[in-house]
Design a protein around this ligand. Structure first.
Ligand code: 13P
Ligand code: SF4
Length: 336
C-alpha cells in the first residue's frame, strides 16, 4: 500500500472515507506513522480530545489556539490534522500551499453546525453597528462573516481589548458568550449555538460526586452551561485546565469537558485522580462523537494515501483568513 490515490478513487475516499480498506492486523501503526512522517515531511497535530493512541503518536497536542499557531508556523509539507473539520480547515486557511489531510472528513462539530452561514448573515443584518467575534468552532463561511476569531484561551482578553462602548455579536457558542459577558461585564449579542458534549453534564450528579469526594475540585470548560460553571473551582480552555491540574495543590479533580483531556492530565500528574464529570444519562456522552471518529488506522491511511484532503475556494479562504490573522496578532500581543 504505497501508491497515492488519484482521480475517481481519491474522490470516492474523500466522500466516504476508508470504509472498504482492511489493514493487516499485524501492521505496527505507530512505526508506520513515524515512517510516513519522515518520508513525506509530515506533521501530526492532535487536539486533546483525541483518543490516547493518537495523542501519543502526535508531534504536537494542543487546544484550538495552540493548534492554529502550530499549523501556521510549521515547515512540514503535509499537515495531518487529528481533530475535527473546522480545525483542519483553519490549518488550510493559514497554509494554502501545504497539503492538509484529515483522518475522517465526516468529523464535524455540533457547535459549528449550529450556525449555518446564510442564517447568520441574516442575523448579523439586524445589528449593523456591531463587531462580530466568532469562536473558532465555526465554518469558514462564518469566519468570513466575522471581524475577529477567538478561542476559549483568548476570548476574554480579545473582548477586553475592545473599547467598552463597542457593540459586539458573539457566535456561535451561547455558553462561552454568556460566560465572557459575565466576566467582562459586557452585553454581547449571542448566537444561540452550543456544543452537544458540554451541554450534557448533570449538575445533580456533579453535586453528589462532590459530596463523595469532598477534596475534589471541579474544573470546567467554558462551553458548559452556566449551572455547571457555577459549581466550578476553575474555568478554562483545555490547555488552561491541563496547566491548572499540574500546578494546583489538590489531588483530585472532577473534569467537566470531553474525556480525551484526561490522558494528558494523568500523564502529567500520575499521582493525582481525575474523574470525568458525569453526563445526565447513562451513555458515554462526554466523548465527542466527532473527535472520536478519528482512529490510529485512519491516521495511517490518510498519511499513506494523502486523502481526504481539505480543499478550499480561494475567495472564501482569503475572507476567512482575515479574522484568524487578527486573532493570531492579538494573541501574540497578549503573550499567548
Ligand atoms: P479548546 O481546544 O479551545 O479548549 O476548545 C475545546 C473544544 O471544544 C474544541 O472542539
Ligand atoms: Fe464540537 Fe463540542 Fe466536539 Fe468540540 S467537543 S468538536 S465543540 S462537538
Amino acid at each position: 500500500m504505497n501508491e497515492v490515490l488519484v482521480g475517481a478513487a481519491k474522490a470516492e475516499v474523500d466522500k466516504k472515507g476508508f470504509l472498504d480498506l482492511e489493514l493487516d492486523p499485524e501492521l505496527d501503526l505507530f512505526a508506520e506513522i513515524e515512517r510516513l512522517k519522515k518520508q513525506k515531511n509530515a506533521i501530526v497535530l492532535a487536539h486533546y480530545y483525541q483518543e490516547p493512541d493518537i495523542q501519543d503518536v502526535a508531534d504536537y497536542i494542543g487546544d484550538s489556539l495552540g493548534l492554529a499557531q502550530k499549523a501556521e508556523a510549521t515547515n512540514a509539507d503535509m499537515i495531518v490534522f487529528a481533530g475535527v473539520h473546522f480545525m483542519a480547515e483553519t490549518a488550510k486557511i493559514l497554509n494554502p500551499t501545504k497539503k492538509v489531510v484529515i483522518p475522517d472528513l465526516l468529523a464535524g462539530c455540533s457547535l459549528s453546525d449550529s450556525c449555518p452561514p446564510p442564517l447568520f448573515e441574516q442575523f448579523k443584518k439586524q445589528y449593523p453597528d456591531h463587531l462580530v467575534i466568532s469562536y473558532i468552532n465555526c465554518s469558514a463561511g462564518i469566519k468570513a462573516l466575522s471581524d475577529i476569531i477567538c478561542t476559549s484561551s483568548n476570548a476574554q482578553k480579545i473582548v477586553e481589548s475592545l473599547p467598552p462602548e463597542q457593540k459586539i455579536i458573539f457566535a456561535p457558542d451561547k455558553n462561552l458568550g454568556a460566560y465572557i459577558n459575565k466576566v467582562t461585564g459586557r452585553n454581547m449579542v449571542l448566537w444561540n449555538g452550543a456544543c452537544m458534549v458540554h451541554e450534557i453534564f448533570s449538575v445533580e450528579k456533579i453535586t453528589k460526586l462532590k459530596m463523595r469526594h469532598s477534596n475534589a475540585k471541579v474544573i470546567a470548560h467554558p462551553e458548559c452551561e452556566e449551572p455547571v460553571l457555577r459549581l466550578a473551582d476553575f474555568i478554562g480552555s483545555t490547555t488552561q485546565l491541563l496547566k491548572y491540574s499540574m500546578t494546583d495543590s489538590s489531588n483530585e479533580y472532577i473534569v467537566a469537558t470531553e474525556t480525551g483531556i484526561l490522558h494528558q492530565m494523568m500523564k502529567s500528574s500520575p499521582q493525582k485522580t481525575f474523574i470525568p464529570a458525569p453526563p445526565n444519562n447513562s451513555c458515554a456522552c462526554n466523548d465527542c462523537p466527532h473527535m472520536k471518529r478519528n482512529t490510529l488506522e485512519k491516521i495511517y491511511l490518510c498519511m499513506e494515501y494523502e486523502t481526504p484532503e481539505i480543499m478550499m475556494d480561494e475567495e472564501l479562504r482569503l475572507a476567512a483568513k482575515k479574522p484568524i490573522d487578527k486573532m493570531l496578532e492579538l494573541s501574540a500581543q497578549f503573550g499567548l
